[in-house]
Design a protein around this ligand. Structure first.
Ligand code: FRU
Length: 514
């Protein structure tokens, strides 16, 4: 691509409504149409992106900041990229929000509205947005030190457009811990304090502050809890009203890399109680937000208007993130998902399900009931092709679903009631050879609690990803895929001899948000 064309494209993106004389009709149509470009997920215009950062809602706008390397499609010196949205579905790209400085690169972190101006950065009339992030000092790391990660802050008085770093950074120094990062802050009503959760290698630590500037360590959690196959990263501590009750419980999200159930990176959670300094849980076993390989470092928005938290994850995996076959940009975010805490039997479970706003870009077909005779296949064209929603209700737990194309490629999903697992196999679903770990094994998710009467299966396919939500988000799998041709056929396979009923079966096409 020539320099001139690049200039035109960038002008168009920034202004969103390009001057027509600068744009050819063709370049307009080409915007966000590269091979594998997600059409209804957020991805950066160009270059490398990883974790979502600083998710905050303020004055009618959702802010998405993200780990960004503006000079390459592989990870490198981290900045905070920035995008905004009024509806969590359509995004507008903004200039880079935070650049590395003398303290280091800008790693992951969070942002809050300091509504009472406790930091003093703003005024009562114009309270500041405050970002809290990790500084990673590359020079110190190269020099063999271990104390190279500290926590810094910055503030914005113009709703996130421009940011000023606090002159007395860092606000939390390194206590001699190699992996000491990813601060997530919230206002804790009961103790009238800001609480910051960060990770320190194999556990989480809690800090408390009255002004976002002076922090005191008040507790830690996790050395002996949960999965420990890798480093703990990107914590998020949040409270819930258990669905349908007034009971309040807390959930702590912890990303871990490696050590996820299907290899590489994944996000576990703990449900318990938090008293302002200590988090306790009696949860047994490991719990995962998403069993697919491609949902990592996810956290929730602060200051959201609704009752329920909204979560976004990075739709990739450190096992192969730098090698996926896209050219201009790398990686996308998951769909924004509403989190709910439900009591299932005597266990608390975290459900995640796409935000309702997604429905407005889905043109759904007429619902129908499909009956597949024993051990046979129902095949249908995939309308919406690689921008599809497919959803249905069923009571069966023995079927497979295939996404197919004319190249003979196939993405296979199987509900195996006998073994109580759901499987996602992308071995034959297109390009896999860029990294041997990408499709080495079939991804598995234990399904132990399916309602016997009826449950929903909902799938969202967007060129290079599939998100599967079973039973309203109780069981979730997110996976990247790189088919060489559009999937144009969908098959339902009945693996039992009794007829398989899919009720309220709907296939929809999803509009592009770009
Ligand atoms: C998680 C992570 C964070 C870190 C950031 C660096 O994916 O490793 O722990 O802050 O990415 O880009």
């Amino acid at each position: 691509m020539s320099f001139v064309v690049l200039t035109i494209v960038f002008t168009s993106c920034k202004n969103k409504e390009p001057k027509q004389d600068l744009m050819t009709a063709e370049s307009n149509q080409d915007y966000y149409k590269e091979m594998y470009r997600p059409q209804f997920h957020f991805s950066p215009e160009q270059m490398w992106m990883n974790d979502p950062n600083g998710l905050v809602y303020h004055k009618g706008i959702y802010h998405l900041f993200y780990q960004y390397h503006p000079e390459s499609t592989v990870w490198g010196p981290m900045h905070w990229g920035h995008a905004t949205s009024a509806d969590l579905i359509h995004w507008e790209h903004k200039p880079i929000a935070l650049y590395p400085d003398e303290h280091g690169l800008i790693f992951s972190g969070s942002a809050v509205l300091d509504a009472k101006n406790s930091s003093g950065f703003g005024t009562a009339e114009n309270p500041p947005l405050v970002a809290i992030f990790t500084y990673h000092d590359m020079e110190a790391e190269k020099a063999g030190k271990i104390n190279y990660q500290t926590q810094g802050i910055a503030y914005s008085l113009d709703n996130g457009d421009t940011w000023t770093k606090y002159q007395a950074n860092p606000v939390i120094k390194n206590p001699g811990v190699k992996d000491f990062r990813d601060p997530k802050v919230f206002w804790h009503q009961a103790s009238q304090s800001w609480i910051l959760t960060l990770v320190a290698g194999d556990h989480a630590e809690f800090y408390s502050s009255k002004n976002l500037l002076d922090w005191q360590k008040v507790g830690e959690f996790g050395k002996d809890n949960g999965a420990h196959g890798g480093v703990w990263e990107c914590p998020d501590l949040l409270s819930f009203k258990v669905d349908g009750t007034d009971e309040v419980k807390w959930a702590l999200l912890i990303s871990i890399n490696p050590g996820a159930p299907n290899g590489g990176s994944g996000t576990q959670y703990f449900v318990g109680d938090f008293d302002g300094s200590t988090f306790t849980t009696d949860q047994q076993g490991n719990r995962w937000i998403d069993w697919g390989t491609d949902n990592y470092a996810g956290v929730t928005f602060s200051n959201v208007p609704g009752e329920k938290p909204i979560f976004i994850g990075w739709m990739s995996n450190w096992a192969y993130a730098g090698e996926t076959p896209t050219e201009k940009w790398r990686s996308a975010m998951t769909l924004p998902r509403t989190l709910s805490l439900k009591k299932v039997g005597d266990q608390y479970e975290l459900f995640n399900y796409p935000v309702d706003g997604l429905n407005k870009i889905i043109e759904s077909g007429e619902p129908k009931d499909i009956k597949v005779q024993g051990k046979s296949i129902e095949s249908m064209p995939l309308n919406g092709s690689n921008q599809s929603e497919i959803r249905f209700k069923t009571a069966s737990s023995d079927f497979s679903l295939h996404f197919k194309n004319g190249f003979g490629e196939q993405l296979t999903l199987t509900m195996d009631g006998q073994r109580q697992i759901f499987l996602l196999d992308r071995k034959l679903a297109g390009k896999t050879g860029f990294n041997e770990r990408f499709a080495q094994t079939t991804q598995q998710m234990p399904i132990t609690n399916l309602p016997l009467d009826v449950y929903e299966v909902r799938m969202l396919l967007d060129w290079s990803s599939l998100e599967v939500f079973i039973n309203g988000g109780e069981y979730v799998m997110t996976a990247q895929i790189f088919p060489n041709q559009v999937f144009d056929r969908f098959e339902v396979v009945n693996n039992k001899s009794e007829p398989l009923m899919l009720n309220d079966f709907r296939m929809g096409s999803i509009k592009s948000i770009w």
